[in-house]
Design a protein around this ligand. Structure first.
Ligand SMILES: [Zn+2]
Length: 268
């Protein structure tokens, strides 16, 4: 758990856990010899992948961005979100809004607990394009019913299309590609800006190499386009960025590198 004080709001990174993933999966279109020049792996060709959720606290709102793996703990390695919130002094009742950047299980697994919404006073938000896409996939029906159907049955889920201002200064930006309804969260208050990226990037190297794509993207070409405009926006706004799958805490900024950008990690 790491918190950045950004003036009118605080951004906390909540470490849901980590485990190794094959680097070749995260850079699916990159020859091994090219990738190895820039990225060290373990003996199995894996990199340790973080799972960072975000909490935006404006005093008036406490917006939880993604909910981690939930009950899918990978042998105790993941599913730590609620403990991390507790360490941050936040009870589940204190969360006013839950945003899922997309409907994948590593970002929505703790939307519910024991068959009820895990954040009982929160409004939940998901892009309708992700609801439609994942509801239609046999492999995802159970997960969608558990993590989105239950909040919907409690009247707590809002499906949205296009950009949306959740609360003053807190914007949902459509960033499609990784999934059809993928959404990033931009906070801009009193001259300070933060961006919860979601899976626009799976790794900081995707900043310097926006055309290196992950095997997990539904539409990789669209995600490359999304990256280019979102990086330009983040750089122009001098945004503090939270990257979910970077090593914890996953905070960084962009700096200019050639005609593009590079990732500069930040410690809180
Ligand atoms: Zn993910």
């Amino acid at each position: 758990m790491h918190t950045l004080d950004l003036g009118a709001f605080r951004l906390t990174s909540l470490d849901d856990g980590s485990f190794p993933v094959a680097a070749a999966v995260y850079f699916a279109n990159v020859p091994d010899v090219v990738r190895r020049r820039e990225l060290a792996t373990d003996l199995n060709g894996c990199i340790e992948v973080g799972h960072n959720c975000g909490l935006i606290d404006t005093g008036g709102e406490r917006v939880l961005v993604d909910t981690g793996y939930g009950d899918d703990t990978h042998g105790g390695r993941t599913g730590r979100l609620v403990d991390e919130l507790d360490r941050a002094g936040i009870a589940p009742d204190d969360v006013t809004i839950v945003v899922n950047t997309h409907a994948h299980g590593d970002h929505a697994g703790r939307n519910t607990i024991h068959g009820v919404p895990a954040f009982p006073r929160a409004r939940y938000f998901l892009a309708s394009a992700d609801w439609d896409h994942f509801s239609a996939r046999a492999d995802d029906v159970h997960h969608v019913a558990r993590n989105f159907g239950i909040p919907a049955a409690h009247g707590m889920l809002t499906l949205f299309d296009g950009p949306l201002e959740l609360a003053p200064g807190i914007h949902l930006l459509p960033t499609p590609g990784h999934t059809p309804g993928h959404t990033s969260v931009l906070v801009s208050l009193l001259g300070r800006t933060a961006l919860c990226l979601g899976d626009v990037c799976h790794h900081p190297l995707h900043v310097a190499h926006p055309d290196w794509v992950s095997a997990f993207d539904v539409d990789a070409a669209r995600n490359v386009e999304t990256r280019r405009w979102l990086f330009a926006l983040a750089y122009a706004r001098e945004a503090v960025i939270l990257c979910p799958h970077a090593p914890a805490p996953g905070f960084g900024r962009l700096r200019r590198q050639g005609t593009g950008y590079a990732w500069v990690p930040l410690q809180s």
